[in-house]
Design a protein around this ligand. Sequence first.
Ligand SMILES: NC(=O)c1ccc[n+]([C@@H]2O[C@H](COP(=O)([O-])OP(=O)(O)OC[C@H]3O[C@@H](n4cnc5c(N)ncnc54)[C@H](O)[C@@H]3O)[C@@H](O)[C@H]2O)c1
Ligand SMILES: [Zn+2]
Length: 363
Amino acid sequence: MRRIRVRLKDRSYDILIGRGLLKKSGELIRSLRSEKDAVCITNARLLRLYRKTLQSSLTKSGMTVRFERVPDSEGAKSVRIAASLIKEISIYDKRKRLFIINFGGGVVGDLGGFVAAVYKRGTPYVQIPTTLLAQVDSAIGGKVAIDLPAAKNLVGAFYQPRLVISDIDLIGSLPARQIRNGLAEIVKYGVIKDRKLFTFLERNYRKILEYDENALTHIVSASSRIKAALVEKDELDRTGSRAILNYGHTIGHAIEAASGYSNKYNHGEAVAIGMIIASKISLRLGLIGSEEARRIRNLIVKLGLPTNARGLHYKDVYEAHLHDKKFIHGENRFVLPVRIGKVRLVSNVPEAIIRRVLREELL
Ligand SMILES: NC(=O)c1ccc[n+]([C@@H]2O[C@H](COP(=O)([O-])OP(=O)(O)OC[C@H]3O[C@@H](n4cnc5c(N)ncnc54)[C@H](O)[C@@H]3O)[C@@H](O)[C@H]2O)c1
Ligand SMILES: [Zn+2]
């Protein structure tokens, strides 16, 4: 088992990565010497697959657990569902020492983390991420949120978990499209910070797509380390260090918005296209060499991620990108690669270049 420490003073915690961790989760959580009555937020699919393992591990370690099932979709990150969870928890909470376990992908993690942040002004919680995306990204860093009709993640907090348990074996039941969803974020880590990770992906993509546990352990560990380091530097996303995690996301979010958040492009697929667009913009600005840009595109192809957004009109994506909530006073800001392993934050990219690259790349 690998252990990565996220150092945030009194909010520090470990990320544990390895195989067979779910059946040890009881002892791993117990070793925090914390609360003993768990409310586990999860969904029906995960309960079907893993309830027995999780429940017996927790009870063997002297804990009680109550499962709270939420719908299996982004729609679960709603005010209505958060409020009903809070109500259920408050009824159940009598004479207990309660903590929350989020057992699921990013949806469960964000929703359960939000509930933990606000219930009694903060209740301890543990993340047990079950998707590749959640293991390498959403379960780490304490950004928790629910959605409003106006925009995703509009109501939230920074609230760190006590522990993150990433069991690589859970990836085994994940559909291939969900693996690729997470891989897009891992490509992102390679481009922004870790040339070696990028090369590892180039050399081992077949093994990874065949669920090879050693390769998966390696890329989850390398990615978690990068995310943890950026969170340590910039816990509240204020100094700019954490901003580089947005590589591929400016246009990625615009693609998701322009396609109405439908199933046509999931987050990772949209980000993959966004990463290609950003590297093309970088190429046009003379910041990156063509060979490096080509490697980024080739890896995305090898991983079976899309390279263009056929079916979407470039104008719709362009319009959507203008509403990016990270743009300040209407000034655009892109994370652009200068070589694999290094990016730069660039503001005021000429609109003509963005439009041109979108027109060329989206068709
Ligand atoms: N907080 C952050 O920093 C952060 C970062 C990135 C994304 N997010 C959020 O994460 C969410 C997306 O997360 P996601 O991609 O994990 O999607 P998800 O949580 O919807 O999970 C994807 C699908 O996989 C299923 N699933 C999960 N684990 C499984 C397993 N082990 N075996 C079989 N099926 C399994 C789920 O039931 C679901 O149908 C979005 O809401 C996004 O806003 C948050
Ligand atoms: Zn992302």
